[in-house]
Design a protein around this ligand. Sequence first.
Ligand code: ATP
Length: 253
Amino acid sequence: MRIDGQNLTISREGKTILHQVNFQLDSGRKLALIGPNGSGKSTLLRTLAGLEKEANAQLKLGGEPVDRLSKQQMATRVALVAQHSQLDMDLTVEALVRLGRTPYRGLFSAWSQQDTQAVELALEQTQLTQLRHYHWHQLSGGLQQRCQIARALAQQPDILLLDEPTNHLDIQYQLELMALIESLPMTVVVSLHDLNLAVNYCSDVLLLNHGKVVASGDPLAVITEERIASVYGVRSSICHQEDGDVHIAFQRR
Ligand SMILES: Nc1ncnc2c1ncn2[C@@H]1O[C@H](COP(=O)(O)OP(=O)(O)OP(=O)(O)O)[C@@H](O)[C@H]1O
């Protein structure tokens, strides 16, 4: 599903956090949202999820303004996995992932074959099938992160929004998660601090700084040594490897 945001502006306590952000992403694309701490990545993800009401008239999902969509329509279109997602109840992995099916079920409707298939697929995609009976409080931070991603996948949204999903993951699972993101059929917007993951796994990149878009488009057109120096204040060298991967090395001084 396509996303169109025009002049998205968000203010809190008199401070402008996002300044007239224009955001266009075609259906099925995978966009990495990058930028220094506090540049507005999480706020932009919340805005795209329709959670920042002041911007909803300027945001269209699948061509329809968000302020005209019902809560139920939004829940089948968009899933957001926030950073540091916590859980008040102590659910099993499977029970948590089943919650992803809530938008599709009426108050008294029975659990369907389609619900089962969506949950099983989400568990498999996140490699949680064997851990389905574990309880939330028994899980490491990385496994909790994977559970929240599985719940969002079970929701089968048209647009998946992920806020720093690789944060608590070991290197192997970071790469597996990025490969999964690359293979998903839906539109994905993922905030990342790791520029190597952004450049190697995403079709598009949007670079934010102080709530403004510095550049957006093709990853290698956006992520340049000059921009890394001007936005992050770090010297780097971008190397193109023989296997087609790109490696960005950072220098200490
Ligand atoms: N509830 C709030 N009230 C006031 N200011 C806020 C609030 N939430 C965020 N901000 C400010 O908005 C700016 C952008 O924050 P945001 O969390 O969107 O950035 P970010 O790029 O996701 O940061 P990080 O990489 O550290 O997660 C920051 O300066 C932050 O202090």
